[in-house]
Design a protein around this ligand. Structure first.
Ligand code: ATP
Ligand code: MG
Length: 283
């Protein structure tokens, strides 16, 4: 039987969440920091630990069947891979930032200016589409210090909270692209059975993460009001309680409107609300 290979970041911002996702998919493997490859004992899969920059090419060339990497890295390397699933972590955006003292109002003012970045391809395309001619200075890291050193007028770098920009006296000015970690595959690999199986497992973990399992007690008279508030996977389960006139309602609630929903349920007569995390949802 064929063994799949999935490439994930060896160390850095995406490593921990990538390992956690694969472990939550029920895959058993050792996360040795020293090894480049780790076999999975209960699925025909090997995990390759790589620099994130190399992942898109490894997948394009078929050295790995799958990869987990930021969209920004895929765009920058300009490879041909298929996007199989957004993963909801590693969210950030690539922004142009300028020193706080630089009173800039329009993108066109960057014409003739210099911009330091580790993303020359994405930035080049962005500026070209807007007819701006700037001098792109490609550097390999610590982009945020370059205006302070007099190396460039502006920078283009990844931002999540904006803390690094702030502490270097910079302000974000324009959004170039937003990014998150995605599962990628070789073009055409999405039709392979093992790849499909792994994607299904990943989707069931992601779905579960977005929802909570809720059990509550309610008087039968208030049941209709409660079920009207619960969209659920299907209709909720209603189970009689030992106490006459009362039932327990079991259902699933999306995480995003969780607190609003809970207070509405309380107002409608729900009592003893118990909320539990869900491990997987298989449709
Ligand atoms: P490697 O050694 O694997 O090349 P790296 O230094 O290039 O690692 P990291 O800094 O670990 O990369 O970031 C990996 C990815 O995490 C980025 O490509 C991006 O998609 C995502 N990310 C999320 N938030 C941020 C952020 N604030 N700054 C940089 N990257 C971020
Ligand atoms: Mg990198």
């Amino acid at each position: 039987m064929k063994t799949l290979k999935i490439a994930i970041q060896k160390s850095g911002r995406l490593n921990e969440k990538s390992v956690e996702l694969l472990k939550n998919c029920g895959l058993n493997f050792e996360n040795y920091k020293s090894s480049l490859i780790s076999p999975v004992s209960n699925f025909p899969l090997e995990i390759l630990f790589l620099r994130d920059d190399d992942i898109p090419e490894y997948v394009q060339d078929g050295i790995a069947d799958l990869g987990i990497v930021g969209e920004n890295v895929i765009e920058e390397t300009e490879v041909e891979v298929s996007y199989l699933q957004r993963l909801g972590f590693g969210k950030c955006s690539l922004k142009i930032a300028v020193p706080n003292t630089y009173d800039i109002k329009d993108l066109s003012e960057l014409d003739g200016k210099s911009i330091a970045t580790t993303y020359p391809a994405i930035l080049g395309k962005f500026l070209k589409e807007r007819g701006i001619q700037a001098d792109i200075r490609t550097i390999s890291g610590s982009v945020e210090i370059s205006p302070g050193l007099g190396l460039s007028d502006a920078i283009c770098d990844l931002v999540s909270t904006g803390g690094t920009l702030k502490s270097n006296g910079l302000k974000p000015f324009a959004d170039v692209m937003s990014s998150e970690a995605v599962l990628i595959g070789r073009v055409g690999s999405e039709n392979e059975e093992l790849v499909k199986e792994l994607i299904q497992r990943i989707q069931s973990v992601l779905r579960a993460k977005e929802t909570k399992y809720v059990v509550l007690n309610v008087q039968k008279d208030n049941l209709a009001a409660i079920t009207a508030l619960l969209p659920g996977v299907k209709s909720p389960s209603v189970i009689p309680l030992a106490e006459e006139g009362w039932v327990a309602v079991h259902t699933v609630i999306p995480e995003r409107d969780f607190w609003d929903r809970i207070s509405q349920l309380k107002q409608a007569g729900a009592q003893g609300i118990v909320v539990m995390p869900i491990e997987k949802i298989i449709l």
